[in-house]
Ligand binder design. Structure first.
Ligand code: CTP
Length: 404
């Protein structure tokens, strides 16, 4: 899947002959799975039709502050557009539009949206060579770069004027590749397949009862969602939980028992780059599940138990290229037990948290962890929202990938 998938892109088109290439930019972005909203200046319409662009993007093309095709003019909200976008691309950026962007002029919708945009902005200049090399134009380009915009430089070649030189807008394929590599650099886990387990397991006693625990799954869902936002391809294997929402790019596999969780992990293990085991797997299960509800008239039932398979230990034994991270929730001596589990389960890292710390452990929206690795100093973190804890854990994982 392209890194541009699901990205919201504002394509600002200003008046230059290079505007004829913008349907191709729109087509490449849409093909990559992006949503493209075109904003054109009036002069751009002389070079490419709004109909072509709206057909390719499947959205209405905007160019004025109001939609006044009926009596009650509707305001095209440039502030909302600027907030909606993940990125804005001004291509072609004519000398006139560049100059206005550099000086905060806002006499059309494209410019007002540019000034309102909170997202990164790329601009791809296109003009005749003498305009391009004019010191005033160079100064405007430098100003835009200094303001934090990303310059996609014009290339050299034959120009519409018949002259040869620098001023051609970069080719659509290169522009789209520049944007993709920008998002890749912001998505440190891009290309990585990460499996995360979450929640409790339920081990059935009879058709209505089970052995379970209080795990809410919040930590596992937070990890899965943050990893997905950082570009990873995430499989989340979750025991029964309520109220958690997985990011749309997470593939969710729902399981109930430890045995099912093990099978789901083994299914994806070969193709997984890293597996993070946050699930609170039941350590014991009834040796046999009663087929019918156990009746109280039968007296106090004794339920013989047997151990479940230790999923993490099993995966640790099979480990090849995978990075394996465990969680240990302890009530005392947390670091010592954590170190033991790290070694016994053949892990690359273990996240230790203690029920003795207020705000840590089951059900909370916060957690306080230490991260242990065999050959490194333990890293201790303060109490944080689980989303931030997830980012810390994923940072350790990134370092593990980089060290390989
Ligand atoms: N784990 C597992 N399979 C089990 C039990 C635990 O994969 N049957 C995993 C947990 O998901 C966690 C790690 O092992 O990542 C440590 O779990 P924890 O319950 O803290 O330790 P246990 O090995 O079960 O030992 P104990 O309960 O005695 O502390």
């Amino acid at each position: 899947m392209s890194i541009l998938h699901d990205k919201r892109i504002l394509l600002g088109i200003s008046g230059s002959i290079a505007a004829y290439k913008t349907p191709n930019i729109a087509r490449l972005l849409v093909k990559a799975g992006a949503t493209v909203q075109v904003i054109m200046t009036d002069s751009a319409k002389g070079f490419v039709t709004p109909l072509t662009l709206s057909t390719l993007t499947n959205r209405e093309v905007l160019s004025s502050f109001t939609q006044d095709d009926n009596d009650n003019a509707v305001w095209n909200n440039h502030v909302a557009l600027g907030l909606w976008a993940d990125v804005m691309l001004v291509a072609p950026a004519s000398a006139n539009t560049l100059a206005k962007m550099a000086t905060a002029a806002a006499d059309n919708l494209l410019l007002a949206t540019y000034l309102s945009a909170k997202c990164p902005v790329f601009f791809a200049p296109a003009m005749d060579l003498d305009m391009h090399k004019h010191p005033a134009n160079k100064k405007n380009i430098e100003q835009l770069i200094a303001n934090g915009n990303m310059h996609i430089p014009a290339t050299s070649g034959s120009l519409a004027s018949g002259l040869e030189g620098e001023g051609r807008m970069e080719e659509p394929e290169q522009i789209v590749a520049r944007m993709a590599s920008y998002f890749e650099s912001k998505s440190p886990l891009s290309g990585k397949k990460i499996t995360i387990t979450a929640g409790p397991t339920y081990e059935p006693i009879d058709p209505v009862r089970f052995i379970g625990n209080h795990s809410s799954g919040k930590m596992g869902y937070a990890l899965a969602n943050v990893a997905a936002k950082q570009g990873a391809e995430v499989t989340l294997i979750s025991g029964p939980t309520a109220g958690n929402k997985a990011h749309p790019n997470v593939s969710l596999v729902s399981v109930t028992t430890a045995q099912q969780m093990l099978a789901a992990c083994l299914d994806v293990y070969e193709k997984t780059d890293a597996l993070i085991m946050t699930a609170a797997v039941a350590d014991f299960k009834p040796a046999e599940k009663a087929n019918q509800k156990i009746k109280k008239q039968e007296g106090v039932a004794t339920i013989p138990l047997e151990p479940t398979t230790d999923i993490l230990k099993t995966l640790g034994k099979k480990k090849q290229h995978q990075r394996l991270i465990g969680f240990a929730l302890e009530t005392q001596d947390a670091l010592r037990y954590g170190q033991q589990k790290l070694a016994q389960k053949n892990l690359d890292g273990i996240v230790v948290n203690s029920l003795a710390d207020a705000g840590a452990g089951f059900g909370h929206d916060t957690n306080k962890i230490s991260f242990l690795q065999a050959d490194k100093e333990a890293v201790h973190y303060p109490l944080k929202p689980k989303e931030d804890v997830a980012a810390d854990v994923l940072n350790h994982l990134k370092n593990m990938f980089d060290e390989r």
